[in-house]
Design a protein around this ligand. Sequence first.
Ligand SMILES: [Fe+2]
Length: 245
Amino acid sequence: MSDSTQIGGFVPRDRDWQPDALTPPYKTSIKRSPQAALLSFPSTLSEETSPVFGHNLIGKLDNDLIHNYAQAGESAIGPRIIVHGRVLDEMGRPVPGALLEVWQANAGGRYRHKKESYLAALDPNFGGCGRVITSADGTYEFRTIQPGPYPWPNGMNDWRPAHIHFSVFGHGFAQRLITQMYFEGDPHIKLCPIVGALKSAEAVDALTALLDMHRTVPMDSRAYKFDIVLRGRRQTSFENRKEGL
Ligand SMILES: [Fe+2]
């Protein structure tokens, strides 16, 4: 047993569940994927207890992408939605204090980025990024507009499903996760070469937010539910019970 296990080290990544780095239908994966065998080395305390950040870095409108870049009295154009869910570890325990950063295209499928080349119009009232920290019970919520699908240079005519990018900082670098959230019922999901890198229908479902009518705000916004699972800490024996139970 290593020292890191004794202090409750994180469960290793399940490479059978995660997509392979090299998936040729997703063309940039050919250049991005490692060409040599991966090296393994033990993690250290700093990797298991960091990153640490203050809660005061979150601004008042950071979890409201409808308004956080809008002129006073105006709002972003597009279908208004609430995205909410829980951040859990692999043991099913809530992860409080996790930082979620999100970014997305506007309702027309265009990003606010200097290298963006898609001809869809920019929305002057939409920036496309925000952030939120999970509560004590691991829940989070933000408001935004539903992004549009957009074309990308891969095959002759590939379009990304509507999606929101997520970056999640949990309780250690082992819980750092970059992923994308898709929307239930989008016909582009099954056509996308990036989604196609996932190895099972269950893995695709895990990245697909479900319409949640219970959290819809009548005459205002629909809601989508998206739970996120980070790598869990190994249980550490403490007297006669497991730590945290
Ligand atoms: Fe994207």
